[in-house]
Design a protein around this ligand. Structure first.
Ligand code: DX5
Ligand code: ZN
Length: 227
């Protein structure tokens, strides 16, 4: 299935990196009952980004539960040589992998390697990477999705970088309609509408959901901020 088939008009994707890991399954089910369909899963290797975050073992422990409720898991690989992880991620139940342009030597072969594992594949770019160059490269290599980072990747809870709005707009002006733009970092009720107007349709939200007491309410408030 293609990204565009999973997506409703827009999707707010809770970033599990910010979850309470002692209550992970319960928080996932609560959010799915509130309408969440896509979860964002951040893999950090301690090289491409400073922290070691979560990986296939945690993914394996939640993927059945998410799939049973018709959800999907979008894996953001903040790693060097991301293709080395595709097999393990697919085996653990990941549905997509998004790799960083800054971490790939050969974008086309990265796309092919992901598809060989049955994974959808996105391309992320960091705040210092030229947005137009990244968007053109994503089209040439055949990616399904483009992720514009609105923070330096690594940690949840950082403020949204306002310059991301122009970068989303620039990427949107280059990408064909069938390639959606995702935005990740500092998305909250005060920033989500600007990213939407610029052209993003998938919104990753970590601390603005899991930092709140009432998770369904936090999710709904993000959707409402788009009205
Ligand atoms: C960090 C990750 C993000 C992170 C977002 O680099 O890629 O997905 O969890 O967290 P917030 O929404 O709190 O910025
Ligand atoms: Zn992420």
């Amino acid at each position: 299935m293609a990204w565009t088939e999973w997506m409703r008009t827009v999707e707010v994707e809770p970033s599990l990196y910010a979850a309470d890991f002692s209550r992970l399954g319960e928080q996932i089910e609560t959010l799915m009952r509130a309408g969440v369909r896509i979860f964002h899963f951040d893999v950090g290797d301690g090289h491409f980004v400073e922290p070691i975050t979560i990986g296939p073992i945690v993914l394996q422990s939640i993927s059945d539960r998410i799939h049973r409720m018709d959800g999907v898991i979008d894996c953001h690989l903040m790693t060097e040589t991301p293709e080395k992880h595709f097999k393990a991620i697919a085996a653990a139940g990941g549905d997509t992998v998004t790799v960083h342009i800054e971490a790939c030597d050969d974008l086309y072969s990265t796309v092919q390697a992901a598809r060989a594992e049955g994974l959808q594949v996105g391309m992320a770019f960091k705040p210092q990477t030229d947005a137009a160059h990244a968007a053109r490269a994503a089209v040439v290599a055949g990616f399904d999705l483009v992720l514009c980072m609105s923070i330096e990747p690594g940690y949840s809870g950082q403020p949204f970088m306002p310059e991301a709005v122009a970068r989303i707009r620039e990427a949107r002006s280059i990408l064909p309609d069938e390639i959606p733009i995702q935005v990740d970092g500092g998305i909250g009720t005060d920033t989500i509408a600007d990213a939407y107007v610029a052209g993003a349709r998938l919104f990753v939200a970590g601390s603005s959901i899991f930092g709140m007491e009432d998770l369904p309410r936090a999710y709904r408030r993000l959707l409402q901020a788009l009205q």
